[in-house]
Design a protein around this ligand. Structure first.
Ligand SMILES: [Zn+2]
Length: 280
């Protein structure tokens, strides 16, 4: 399986920042889902499970080359990683891209595992020529993001990885849907967080959807009401999943999920009256 997905004239490259056991146990992460209900998904998606109570966490970012632009979608967990340094910058180098080549950093949302490489510890932007884009509602909810992280046992992060971008005047706040290039449109997909956005890529009659964290586990393709404690508004997140999945029923559309088995590319199939995700 290649890390690159060609969608018409757009090249998407998956960049894996971190692959590690997820620190929150499965029953804590998904308190409303009975353990036994996971069984069919353990069989179908073994790459997602480390053991009975531990999920495998993939943290992917995506590089997009479109219309003369170089866009980076999310910046991973960053230099602090999950106790180890994230690999995003090495992955970029492997793809032949220098940080200064990136003209747009698009943040699907402001959770700590999507903004980690925005600024290294020295505080200057990792991507020196880029504008950083995020939905306005994410920035307005920045205090809530820190509180949410602390509730889950993680450190607050906004002052370190997001606020300096606003101080430097390089954080652009989007009020809603936004065309990023002639082939890439950002769509509001709220619920996981207030201003979460996904990207629709359309080129030469081919299409792909980068779903960010609207879906964080392939089981949610079959079970859209399954909300983890990472969803800040579970019912809104479920409604968004239902909407995205009806788009993904279009057989010609590939999805890319940041936390799906790396590199995260797949399709939605109908089998015996149920949707399933299948890696491609
Ligand atoms: Zn995430």
């Amino acid at each position: 399986m290649t890390d690159t997905l060609q969608v018409g004239n757009v090249a998407i490259v998956a960049l894996l920042d971190v692959a590690a056991p997820f620190p929150i146990p499965l029953p804590t992460l998904w308190p409303t889902v009975p353990q036994a209900a996971w069984e069919p998904y353990r069989e179908r998606y073994p790459q997602m499970f480390v053991d009975a109570e531990t999920l495998h966490e993939y943290v992917a970012c995506y590089l997009l080359r479109s219309d003369g632009h170089t866009l980076l979608i999310d910046t991973g967990l960053g230099p602090l990683g999950l106790g180890r340094r994230g690999a995003l910058l090495d992955e970029l180098q492997r793809a032949g891209v220098q940080p200064a080549d990136v003209d747009t950093v698009f943040l699907t949302h402001l959770h700590a595992d999507h903004v980690g490489w925005n600024l290294p510890p020295e505080g200057t932007p990792t991507f020196p020529r880029a504008r950083y884009l995020v939905h306005q509602a994410e920035w307005e909810a920045r205090a809530q993001h820190d509180t949410h992280a602390q509730t889950l046992g993680f450190a607050p992060f906004i002052d370190r990885t997001v606020a300096p971008l606003a101080d430097l005047g390089i954080l652009d706040l989007l009020p809603g849907e936004r065309t990023l290039t002639s082939e890439v449109v950002a769509l509001p997909t709220p619920g996981h967080s207030p201003g979460h956005m996904s990207l629709l890529i359309s080129s030469d009659r081919e299409r792909a959807l980068i779903t960010g964290d609207a879906l964080i586990h392939p089981a949610q393709v079959t079970e859209p009401p399954w909300s983890s404690v990472l969803d800040m508004n579970g019912s809104a997140a479920t409604a968004t999943r239902e909407q995205l999945l009806s788009r993904l029923d279009d057989a010609g559309l590939t999805m890319a999920g940041c936390h799906f088995p790396s590199p995260g590319y797949g399709r939605v199939l109908w089998v015996s009256g149920q949707r399933f995700w299948q890696a491609r």
